[in-house]
Design a protein around this ligand. Structure first.
Ligand code: NAP
Ligand code: SF4
Length: 679
């Protein structure tokens, strides 16, 4: 009898020539460690995940040739010399009892360099480079390069390869007329357009032999207007199965799709139904994917017959021990990925090595470690926002005694406001994790306790960590003490009732958050899959090409008329995450939020908010609103620092108390953890 709470998740998967120990596939994710010679860091990173019992790891993408690079000098596997270096990675994973496949990724027209090639000379909306159209023999060469890359991966000790056929990259580009206008044997009707992936899989199988895993990542729903029909997708899946693939993995949406697929506001398991449709069509194992971040969600998805395995990439960045903890009945100890993208994908787009907002060690395992302290000392941490909590937990993990002081009645600081924003429910998981770790590590929490320098002296603290956070900035607008004026704290924390017409002063992260909170009035489309799909116009791909409704449904009438203002010129939300800012802007647009930039705040009065534009201050206009919510940024609160230093106590200032500008949980957690790792 199974003793696990997750019998489907922990059932081994027999692939004929090899068996995977469970149904968790660590999905491919580019971390930046693939580029250059960072094999030691990659080996340590993957070995931790293998030790954590992941069933099958898939690496980030490696190009089969230079043209297929994602960006200049991106990781590729084209020579024996490169293959030899990969052995450090495969050996490290195998030493931990794990299995690892290498993803072969040809970027096609998504490549961010001038050598890019594609079926046709059509530039993508997300890159500035127009690809060169391949000749017929050029296509042949790409196939040979895929095959050679797979052979080299086998030589390097990988257990398999994943052939990246989705997300709008090279292979995917052959499948649809959107990007394939060829008239030779690689274009034309669908049978011709799908020849490329089939040949790649067939010839790869021939070259690598029977006992090597070939995963084919197949775009099950393109989410672009002229994407594949369901019939076409099924035909491809069957052909890929016949061509010798071992497993089919699910790809959701092209990168140029304007529908969110992995952001935190996407409901958990939002696309598992698409893979489930395919279950009827093929016999080989199917992997389902996207927004699966808890063992319970994964188990339910498998129990519902949506796939044979679940793919999780970011959740394993967040916690390398995810699988092991789930199996041991310690799911409440999992550091849950909140799908924010802030330290993983946003880093990739900024050409930085990935990390993880909730786990700064991710991809930094060789340099950031929480090593047991030689002698236990006593520390005070003041403030239990993300910075203070992280510092307290790392100190305790290292064997120090920690008093955590919090003026409020609960820990979490600004996280308690973030969690009430529709689409940001995952912050609840972060808070649960912190709470559980506080218990496990024995941090002494003192709630409702506003400390002073006097109360902290004479307690033998080896140091005081000041993580007292921020206070709202005073925007100094004439008439700002009018009863119409509220702060974001009044709205999000104190739940002061807000009228139907609202102006928001400040369009930073919190201005956007307040707008979304007021638009939905406590309701969250993220918690209702049908509503969310309808809001974004996603339909069954059997009903419409690419799974996009031709009559793209929009949300119902907004509950409030909102005007979101900023003084700077230019688009709103420019400081929001690269991979998520557009989603926040799109939601506000769908709900008719007026976004006005380049304003001066002249005055607040009974009529509402008086604004003028740019340098022309002579003709100001009133925005007739019942409430004006101030979201004008924040300033540090660190009044404890001076008196503590005067009393001769070592102090360390972190988080918003250190620098409030553009503070976010990523910086707070990273700073708190790194400080505590070194004390
Ligand atoms: P913020 O992002 O710094 O934005 C402050 C806003 O206030 C800006 O729009 C700024 O625009 C305006 N402002 C600044 N000084 C002003 C003044 N004197 N009078 C009127 N307006 C003024 O700060 P925040 O919104 O408080 O957010 C705090 C941090 O939390 C940010 O780093 C944010 O990224 C993060 N956060 C992130 C998210 C997310 O979704 N990733 C969500 C919430 C919070 P103008 O100067 O142009 O007027
Ligand atoms: Fe998940 Fe955010 Fe960490 Fe990325 S940075 S792995 S999305 S928690």
């Amino acid at each position: 009898m199974s003793t696990t709470k997750y019998p489907h998740l922990f059932a081994p998967l027999d692939l004929g020539f090899t068996t995977l120990k469970n149904r968790v596939l660590m999905g491919s994710m580019h971390t930046g460690l693939e580029d250059g010679n960072k094999h030691d860091r990659l080996a340590t990173y993957f070995a931790e995940r293998a030790r954590g019992d992941v069933g099958l790891i898939v690496t980030g993408g490696y190009a089969p040739n230079r043209a297929g690079w994602v960006k200049p000098f991106a990781g590729k596997l084209t020579t024996r010399g490169e293959a030899a270096k990969h052995q450090q990675v495969t050996n490290a994973v195998h030493a931990e009892g794990g299995k690892i496949a290498m993803q072969i990724l040809h970027a096609g027209r998504y490549a961010y360099h001038p050598l890019s090639v594609a079926p046709s000379r059509i530039r993508s909306p997300i890159t500035p480079f127009t690809p060169r159209e391949l000749s017929t023999s050029g296509v042949e060469k790409q196939i040979r390069d895929f095959v050679r890359c797979a052979q080299l991966a086998r030589d390097a000790g990988y257990d398999g390869v994943e052939i990246m056929g989705s997300e709008g990259y090279f292979i995917n580009e052959f499948l649809v007329t959107h990007t394939n206008e060829r008239t030779d044997q690689w274009g034309g009707d669908y049978a011709q357009r799908m020849r490329l992936p089939v040949e790649i899989v067939e010839r790869t199988r021939e070259a690598v032999g029977k006992d090597f895993i070939i995963i084919y990542r197949l775009s099950m729903i393109d989410l672009i207007p002229d994407g594949n029909t369901w019939e076409e997708t099924v035909a491809l899946a069957k052909a890929i199965e016949n061509a010798g693939a071992t497993i089919i993995n699910t790809g959701i949406g092209w990168h140029e799709a304007r529908i969110p697929t992995i952001a935190t506001s996407v409901p958990r398991g939002a696309f598992a139904w698409v893979t489930k449709k395919m279950k009827r069509e093929v016999k080989i194992p199917l992997v389902t994917s996207n927004r699966i971040n808890l063992p319970s969600t994964a188990e339910q998805i498998l129990a519902d017959g949506c796939g044979d395995m679940v793919s999780m990439a970011r959740p394993l960045l967040a916690d390398p021990e995810f699988v092991r903890k789930a199996r041991a009945g310690r799911s409440d100890e999992i550091n849950v990925c909140i799908a924010c993208n802030q330290a993983c994908l946003d880093h990739t787009f900024a050409n930085k090595i990935s990390s993880c907002l909730v786990n700064p060690r991710a991809c930094h395992e060789t340099e950031l470690n929480y090593i047991k302290a030689t002698g236990s000392r006593k520390f005070a941490v003041v403030g239990s926002g993300p910075a203070g909590l992280s510092a307290a937990l790392v100190l305790a993990e290292r064997g120090h005694e920690v008093d955590l002081y919090e003026a409020a009645a609960e820990v979490g600081g600004q996280l308690n406001m973030a969690k009430v924003i529709p689409g940001k429910e995952e912050f609840h998981e972060m808070l649960k994790y912190f709470q559980r770790q506080i218990e496990l590590l024995g941090v002494h929490v003192h709630l409702n306790t506003r400390v002073t320098a006097e109360t902290l002296t004479g307690k033998n603290y080896a140091g005081v960590i000041i993580a007292t956070g921020v206070v709202p900035r005073d925007p100094k607008i004439e008439g700002q003490d009018h009863p119409k004026v509220l702060s974001y704290i009044d709205v999000l924390r104190n739940r002061v009732p807000v009228g139907e017409r609202v102006a928001i002063v400040g369009a930073g992260g919190i201005g956007f958050d307040v707008a979304e909170f007021l638009l939905h009035d406590g309701h969250s489309p993220t918690l209702d899959l049908d509503e969310w799909l309808a809001d974004w116009g996603v339909v069954d791909p059997a009903e419409a090409r690419g799974g996009i409704s031709p009559r793209r449904t929009r949300p119902k009438s907004p509950r409030r008329e909102i005007t979101l203002l900023q003084r700077k010129a230019g688009k709103h939300g420019a400081t929001l995450g690269k991979t998520t800012g557009w989603i926040h802007r799109a939601v506000l647009k769908m709900n008719n939020v007026q976004m006005i930039a380049d304003v001066n705040y002249e005055r607040i009065g009974d009529e509402g908010l008086l604004i003028s534009y740019g340098d022309k201050r002579e003709n100001p206009t009133w925005i007739d609103v019942g409430h004006i919510v101030m979201c004008a940024g924040q300033v540090p609160l660190r009044e404890l620092q001076e008196p503590l230093q005067a009393a001769g106590i070592a102090t360390h200032v972190i988080g918003g108390a250190d620098v409030a500008t553009e503070l976010d949980a990523k910086r707070a957690i990273d700073q708190g953890s790194r400080l505590a790792a070194g004390l």
